[in-house]
Design a binder for this molecule. Structure first.
Ligand code: 5AD
Ligand code: SF4
Length: 436
């Protein structure tokens, strides 16, 4: 038997790409590929790319520049570009980077085995269709090998919201939901393989309509699975937080008290220009309703500073919203012009203004994050232990609120949710002791 071929996948961007990279590796498994973490050993390298901001997209081209040297050493090496840059730029990638053999969009990666055969024959392969055949129907069943305790599961893809700054509706297409029975089947298989926590993924996950009772209906069905201890979901749009989902945060024990709910800005004028279809006031009301259902819920959000037309007063309104909500976690970005989006037509703000606002925003968000972490000290929280720490005898896991937690513990806690009393708070993690 010939030795297995080796596949190196590098993942950029969001958690959906992490999930897709796993599925692409499994799909190429049918062609005899096994994963390697050393690009220099690989027979195929796949870059699973992100197009959300300019920097993310440009990273791909610098990485491809470096790949040229690997191809000189191993002329049989095949190089592929997958993900959102593949979708957005298609054949242009091969023109700009002739080292690339294969370009595959996020909706076509079930066709990778056939594309691999084509490139092995010396051809170039390109597939950025939004095909009729659903990739999830065509991909083979997931291998039953033992898995890490926390897993991602994509249930929804695409977006119909068309925020004025965002490429996702163009790169990932219209909102599509996977049928609940398929999701439940995959979830049961994951639990059989040792998974205790599932994070449901979607660009607009709470617009999920693959279950007659929406995302909340799916969550309640998942909660019935024995052995599944925790459920999370991300990313949500404020306008899709329906009553059933808010209620589930208060009543479904397996649904964790953490919600990523991007607001982007606290200025109604900018929110309108962004085509967000909600106001700062409606967001704050929504937060009140969710917190009424689950008072200890930890909120996380995304912010963009320097959207075209943002004044100092608009930016101050964003700071005010942050002061009102108190976020436990946040992701913030300078506005980045994306070709083809409506906002790209508008005059841009000077770079120094954006840099200054981002620094002020992040200072406030970091203060809030540290306060939330400090407030954890003395509390007892559930921790799902995922791996050993670097110090002997120490195990690392994630709390109910998604904080990284270190504790001295025997290795048999791995894969279990255990009660931990938090004793220390560092900048990026918490320390604690097992509660007997
Ligand atoms: N510029 C800056 N940030 C962006 N995001 C999306 N598009 C852009 C852009 N053009 C941010 C939003 C979104 C997150 C995933 O990325 O905050 O919620
Ligand atoms: Fe992009 Fe807006 Fe859709 Fe989120 S809701 S993916 S920011 S268009």
């Amino acid at each position: 038997m010939s030795a297995p071929r080796k596949l190196f996948v590098k993942t950029y961007g969001c958690q959906m790409n992490v999930y897709d990279s796993e599925r692409m590796t499994e799909a190429l498994g049918t062609e005899g590929y096994v994963a390697t973490d050393r690009p220099e050993d690989a027979d195929m390298i796949l870059l699973n790319t992100c197009h959300i901001r300019e920097k993310a997209a440009e990273k791909v081209y610098s990485e491809l520049g470096r790949m040229k040297a690997l191809k000189e050493v191993n002329p049989n090496l095949k190089i592929g570009v997958a993900g959102c840059v593949a979708q957005a730029e298609g054949a242009e990638i091969m023109r700009r980077a002739p080292v690339v053999d294969l370009v595959v969009g996020p909706q076509s990666y079930h066709r990778l085995p056939a594309m691999d055969r084509a490139v092995q024959g010396g051809a170039k392969a390109l597939d950025t269709d939004f095909p009729e055949d659903d990739k999830f129907d065509t991909l083979r069943a997931r291998p039953k090998t033992h898995r890490a305790p926390a897993a991602f599961l994509t249930v929804q893809e695409g977006c119909d919201k068309f925020c004025a700054f965002c490429v996702v509706p163009y790169t990932r297409g219209a909102e599509v939901s996977r049928p609940a029975d398929r999701v439940l089947h995959e979830a049961r298989d994951l639990v059989d393989a040792g998974v205790a926590e599932i994070t449901l993924l979607g660009q607009n996950v709470n617009a999920y309509h693959g279950h007659e009772r929406g995302l909340a209906g799916l969550i309640w069905d998942l909660a019935e699975i024995d052995g599944l201890k925790r459920i999370r979901f991300t990313t949500s749009h404020p306008n899709d937080m329906d009553d059933a989902l808010i209620d589930a945060h208060g009543t479904c024990e397996k649904l964790m008290p953490y919600l990523h709910l991007p607001v982007q800005s606290g200025s109604d004028r900018i929110l309108k220009a962004m085509n967000r279809k909600h106001t700062a006031g409606s967001y704050l009301k929504l937060v009140d309703r969710i917190r009424a259902a689950r008072p200890d819920l930890m909120l996380s959000s995304d912010f963009i500073v320097g959207f075209p037309g943002e004044t100092e007063a608009d930016f101050e309104a964003t700071l005010d919203l942050i002061r009102t909500v108190e976020f436990g976690q946040a992701y913030s970005f300078k506005y980045s012009t994306r070709p083809g989006t409506p906002a790209a037509e508008k005059p841009q703000l000077p770079e120094d203004v954006m840099v200054d606002r981002l620094a002020r925003l992040q200072t406030l968000l970091t203060q809030q994050q540290h306060k939330v972490q400090d407030d954890m000290v003395g509390r007892t929280v559930g921790v799902l232990f995922e791996k050993p720490g670097r110090i002997a005898g120490q195990m690392i896991g994630k709390s109910d609120y998604l904080h990284a937690v270190y504790a001295d513990a025997p290795s048999d806690v791995l894969g279990q949710v255990r009660a931990v009393r938090i004793t220390t708070a560092g900048p990026n993690s918490l320390g604690g002791v097992l509660v007997p």
